[in-house]
Design a protein. Structure first.
Length: 387
């Protein structure tokens, strides 16, 4: 059933493993529907098993300027590390494939599951935000298109091209013949964090914001999140609007390592006071919150590096270990060059993710653009077996 799609778009392959074009589960239309997904569909925890990881190639049309080659090297290195654990599919403009191919060569990695190029026009690398957020149920999978609008930054100093990114989720889902669900809200994948058991973490600043959801109250947004993602409870953290391009996404503030356990980002030395305020407010809320099952939360603080001990920083630099990614059997974490902080973060993550190998990856070029490993990745979950 996948051959027509391969013929139509000429899926390009580079690496050790062939990646099937059709997702696990039933063959679906790839056509958007405005209704909410079936109640059985839910956003799974990132720690659930994956079929593959999606990434996106940073393009010359992006805002990277002279830093683009360094950013492309960071993305290629990250993709190769992830490919040791699961297949990687790289969304890429067709004209960029030739230049990206040698950088993404996995032939020297015997354990690689391969990096596959998927020719879809895109503007930048932040696929967590513009790609689909996957929903699963017994024997079924769908992709939630969260109506990416460039983080609502049109007409602001943060504005950058996003016309191609806004269409990429639909194109990707059509390629894999996965049903596309149109979200009844505007947001990004980085603004959504779930334990997979009915609890969602989110920031008010990034979702209850007129630059995404004008005219909607916090209660309105919450109900739309619940109906779209199959969650029962939303724990709202304040975040901070207007001080970074994402308006303080949750994936740089707090993450579930397991149900009932939340990793809390603690700004390191040299951080500006406003992010310390975000941390303090988040901690206060999480200390008294309960999840959808009524369980209190255990908070694990994850201190950031010393800004004075890392190179290549600027006002947008994301010095956050919390922005890590869990792949099959591994945790991909950033390392910034503050050796003591890097090792402390590795140890904390190793304890929080037993049974997974923690893999430090240098991403300073990416981090200088205000994002991290989690921002540059999106997982496609394995479809649960129908009972």
């Amino acid at each position: 059933m996948d051959k027509p799609a391969i013929t139509r778009r000429r899926l390009l392959r580079y690496g050790a493993a062939a990646v099937p074009l059709v997702a696990s589960g039933p063959l679906l239309s790839g056509v958007a529907r405005a209704a909410s997904p079936a109640p059985a569909l839910r956003m799974p925890a990132e720690t659930d098993p994956h079929t593959r990881t999606f990434m996106a190639w940073p393009e010359p049309t992006s805002a990277w300027g002279a830093q683009l080659p360094a950013v492309q090297r960071d993305i290629a290195n990250l993709a190769k590390e992830i490919s040791r654990w699961e297949p990687v599919v790289m969304v890429i403009n067709p004209e960029s494939v030739a230049a990206a191919t040698p950088l993404c060569d996995t032939s020297a990695i015997p354990s690689s599951r391969g990096i596959t190029f998927l020719p879809i026009s895109n503007d930048d690398l932040w696929i967590r935000d513009f790609g689909p957020t996957f929903l699963v149920g017994p024997g079924a999978i769908a992709g939630l298109d969260t109506n990416f609008n460039g983080w609502g930054k049109t007409g602001t100093p943060y504005e950058q091209a996003f016309a191609n990114d806004a269409k990429a989720a639909a194109a990707l889902l059509a390629q894999y013949r996965i049903d596309r669900v149109q979200a009844p809200f505007t947001g990004e994948g980085g603004s959504l964090e779930t334990d997979g058991q009915g609890t969602l973490l989110a920031t008010v600043s990034s979702l209850v914001n007129p630059n995404r959801n004008p005219g909607l109250s916090q209660s309105d947004v919450e109900q739309r999140l619940k109906s779209s993602l199959g969650v029962e409870k939303v724990i709202w953290l304040a975040g901070l609007a207007g001080q970074d391009i994402t308006d303080s996404h949750i994936d740089c503030v707090a993450r579930f390592s397991a149900p009932g356990r939340v990793i809390l980002d603690k700004p390191g030395p040299g951080s500006t006071g406003m992010w310390v305020t975000v941390y303090n407010q988040a901690k206060q809320v999480l200390q008294t919150a309960t999840d959808a099952k009524g369980r209190p939360l255990t908070i694990i603080e994850l201190p950031g590096p010393d800004h004075n001990k890392i190179s290549g920083t600027g006002s947008a630099f994301l010095a956050s270990y919390t922005n890590h990614y869990t792949a099959n059997g591994a945790v991909l974490m950033p390392q910034f060059g503050d050796a003591a902080a890097d090792e402390a973060a590795r140890a904390i993550l190793a304890a929080e993710y037993p049974g997974r190998v923690v893999v430090p990856v240098t991403i300073n070029a990416i981090a200088a653009g205000g994002g991290g490993i989690h921002c540059a990745t999106q997982s496609q979950p394995v479809v649960p077996v129908a009972v």
